[in-house]
Design a binder for this molecule. Structure first.
Ligand SMILES: [Zn+2]
Length: 308
C-alpha cells in the first residue's frame, strides 16, 4: 500500500467509524445513516491537481492529443467518483486490538459508544466497549448499490461489565442500517407517567421508533383509555369515547381542567387517526404524545402540591 492509498484509507476509516457511532448511539431499529464523503474534499482536490499537472506535461516522443485531454471540472468529477466508488465497493473489516490491516480492505476500529444499560441494578446511559466480533467471517455480497456486509457487534457496559448488548448492522454500499438489536432498546419513561400504563407507553414509543405509525397511535390511545377506565372504575362496563372522556374529566378538579391539557381532544384525534387508518403521519404521534405527557406531568404536580 503506498502513502497515497494509506491516506485514503485513513480518511475512509474515520468516515465509516463516525457513521457506525452515529447509527448505534442515535438511531432506532430499521433506521439508516449514510457514510459521509465530505472528509474526502481535500484529498480529491489534491488528486485532481496531480492529474491536471500530469496532463499538462509534455511527454517526449508523444504528440499532444487534444481529444483525450479532460477539463479541470471533468478531472475533479472523475476523482470524486473514484473516491466514492472505493468507499462503496471495498470490504470493511472490524479490527480489534490493532490487528494488522488486510490489504484491499478498510480496517475499522470499532468505536466505543454510549448506550442505555438494561442490566438489573445498573441502568442509565453508560459508555460501552466493543467485544471481539466474529462478523468478519460473514462473506460480503456484491450488489448494484455497492458491497453488502452484515456485522454482528456486541457491546459491554463499562460500568457493570455484565450482559452485553448486541447490534446487527447491514451495510449496502455507503448505507448502514440497524437491522437488529438484543435486548430490545430501552425506553426512558418519565417518572410522572402512572405505573400501570407505563408498559403501553413503552410499546407505543418502540412502535414509533421502529416506524410502525398506525400501531404506535393505537398503543398511545390504549394507554390513555386504560388509565381513564381505571380512574373512573369502569370495570367491564362498555363506554363510548365521549362517555369515558367526560366521566374522566368530571373526576378531576375543575381548576385543573380549566388550566391544563385535557385528554379528551387527544382521545378524539387518536381515534380519528385509527378509524382513518393513517399510517404516514408520524407528527400525529409526536404531537399527541407531547400532550399526554403534559397532562400527566401537570396532574402529578397538581396532586402533589394540593392542599390536603
Ligand atoms: Zn451496566
Amino acid at each position: 500500500m503506498n502513502n497515497q492509498s494509506q491516506n485514503y484509507s485513513a480518511i475512509a476509516s474515520t468516515a465509516i467509524e463516525d457513521a457506525f457511532r452515529t447509527l448505534l448511539e442515535n438511531k432506532h431499529l430499521y433506521q439508516s445513516v449514510e457514510i459521509s464523503t465530505s472528509g474526502f474534499a481535500q484529498y480529491i482536490d489534491r488528486e485532481a491537481q496531480k492529474e491536471i499537472s500530469l496532463q499538462a506535461m509534455v511527454v517526449p516522443g508523444r504528440s499532444f492529443n487534444a481529444s483525450s485531454s479532460r477539463s479541470k471540472e471533468q478531472i475533479l468529477e472523475d476523482c470524486r467518483k473514484k473516491a466514492v466508488e472505493g468507499l462503496r465497493n471495498v470490504t470493511y473489516q472490524m479490527k480489534f486490538n490493532e490487528t494488522p490491516l488486510q490489504t484491499e480492505n478498510f480496517g475499522i476500529s470499532v468505536p466505543t459508544i454510549k448506550a442505555v444499560c438494561q442490566n438489573p441494578g445498573c441502568g442509565g446511559l453508560w459508555p460501552h466497549n466493543a467485544c471481539p466480533d466474529p462478523s468478519w467471517f460473514i462473506p460480503p455480497v456484491s450488489m448494484i448499490s455497492g458491497l453488502q456486509q452484515v456485522f454482528v457487534l456486541r457491546y459491554q457496559c463499562q460500568a457493570c461489565k455484565r450482559e452485553p448488548v448486541t447490534f446487527l448492522v447491514t451495510r449496502e454500499g455507503l448505507k448502514l442500517t440497524l437491522t437488529g438489536r438484543s435486548p430490545m432498546e430501552a425506553v426512558d419513561v418519565p417518572n410522572y407517567v402512572p405505573k400501570p400504563i407505563r408498559k403501553y407507553y413503552k410499546g407505543a414509543v418502540i412502535a414509533f421508533n421502529s416506524g410502525a405509525i398506525l400501531p404506535d397511535i393505537f398503543m398511545l390511545r390504549t394507554m390513555i383509555e386504560q388509565y381513564m377506565r381505571a380512574t373512573v372504575n369502569a370495570g367491564e362496563k362498555k363506554m363510548t369515547g365521549d362517555e369515558l372522556t367526560d366521566a374522566y374529566a368530571s373526576s378531576i378538579d375543575p381548576d385543573f381542567n380549566r388550566r391544563y391539557q385535557s385528554l379528551k381532544p387527544v382521545y378524539v384525534t387518536l381515534s380519528e387517526a385509527i378509524h382513518a387508518a393513517i399510517d404516514d403521519k408520524p407528527e400525529i404521534f409526536e404531537q399527541e404524545q407531547a400532550k399526554i405527557l403534559s397532562h400527566f406531568e401537570a396532574k402529578e404536580i397538581f396532586e402533589r402540591l394540593a392542599v390536603k
